[in-house]
Design a protein around this ligand. Structure first.
Ligand SMILES: NC(=O)c1ccc[n+]([C@@H]2O[C@H](COP(=O)([O-])OP(=O)(O)OC[C@H]3O[C@@H](n4cnc5c(N)ncnc54)[C@H](O)[C@@H]3O)[C@@H](O)[C@H]2O)c1
Length: 286
């Protein structure tokens, strides 16, 4: 294990689960002091405790990243607690699922607020701190869903597309201040909500809602769910879902001094999903 982040402070939103948790554990394992931010206080505290038990430095903070006061307070909390802020990883998400005519205005607004507006808010409040320090790195979690559309995910697709282009603009505006800004675009990652969808574990699903529909989907049988999972895995040329730790490794690379000439990038972590046109194999060897 290297010590790329000794002396650095990293704040990760949505840190109480999935990719955020994996990223925090990885930053801490490489020497960073970390701030675990999540709206789910218990999960934020669980992750901070786990890092402390491994000998790392971590504090937990409950915040709603879509609330401008909370966003400002969490950046201030990082600086007050650890004296600086070197890395910001905007990663929290909330989603309302449903076809466009069924989406609620509240669900649309919340999806845009937690994925996109929150990324703006945290960035807005972190930039002056990083400028004053002489530099920093911001890594946003976008998605392959910001590059193409998905059935039932229009609000999320719009928000993640926004995150990708927002990343580019911030990168341009602050490159001269030694602040690099990149995003990762994961495909399907085996995080708690995804595993819960296939009935494979319990998870906090408070931030994932389904719009009321005039044609509610039929409950799938266990066999159908397994079939659906297999199909979704097979859509990735590598034949499986990604792991949260595999996204974390790319986030750490982008935040590290190993990527000094990488800024404004949307980095795929997708097992080849977007390299594929979706054409079935023509040669019979698969
Ligand atoms: N899992 C995937 O397949 C996948 C694929 C592509 C992109 N992503 C993106 O990766 C990121 C992490 O996803 P994940 O799968 O690890 O999700 P997750 O559900 O495991 O974690 C998301 C966390 O965000 C927190 N959160 C929700 N609303 C919040 C708010 N208002 N303020 C603070 N915290 C809030 C939740 O409590 C939760 O702990 C998200 O941005 C997601 O869009 C995930």
């Amino acid at each position: 294990m290297s010590n790329r982040f000794v002396g650095k402070v990293a704040l990760v939103t949505g840190g109480g689960s999935g990719i955020g948790e994996a990223t925090l554990r990885a930053f801490a394992a490489e020497g960073a002091k970390v701030v675990v931010v999540d709206i789910h206080e218990e999960n934020a505290q669980r992750v901070a405790r786990a890092i402390q038990e491994q000998g790392g430095h971590a504090v937990a903070l409950r915040a709603d990243v879509a609330d401008p006061r909370d966003a400002e307070a969490m950046i201030r909390y990082a600086v007050d607690t650890f004296g600086r802020l070197d890395i910001l990883h905007n990663n929290a998400t909330a989603i309302e699922i449903g076809r466009v005519a069924d989406l609620t205005i509240e669900g649309w607004n919340r999806t845009i607020a937690v994925n996109l507006t929150a990324t703006f808010l945290a960035t807005k409040f972190a930039l002056p701190v990083m400028m004053q320090q002489g530099g920093g790195a911001i890594v946003n979690t976008a998605s392959v869903s910001g590059l193409s559309g998905d059935y039932g995910l229009s609000a999320y697709n719009a928000a993640k597309a926004g995150v990708i282009n927002f990343t580019r603009t911030v990168a341009i505006e602050y490159a001269r201040y030694n602040i690099r800004v990149n995003c990762v675009c994961p495909a399907v990652i085996a995080t708690p909500p995804l595993l819960a969808m296939f009935g494979e574990r319990e998870a906090n699903l408070a931030h994932i809602t389904v719009a009321p529909s005039s044609t509610p989907p039929r409950q799938l049988t266990a066999a159908e769910r397994q079939q659906q999972k297999q199909r979704l895995q097979n859509a990735h040329p590598v034949g499986r879902f990604g792991k949260p730790e595999e996204v974390a490794r790319v986030v750490l690379f982008l935040a590290s001094d190993e990527a000094p000439f990488v800024t404004g990038a949307a980095y795929l972590v997708d097992g080849g999903l977007t390299a594929h046109t979706g054409m079935p194999p023509l040669t019979g060897e698969w």
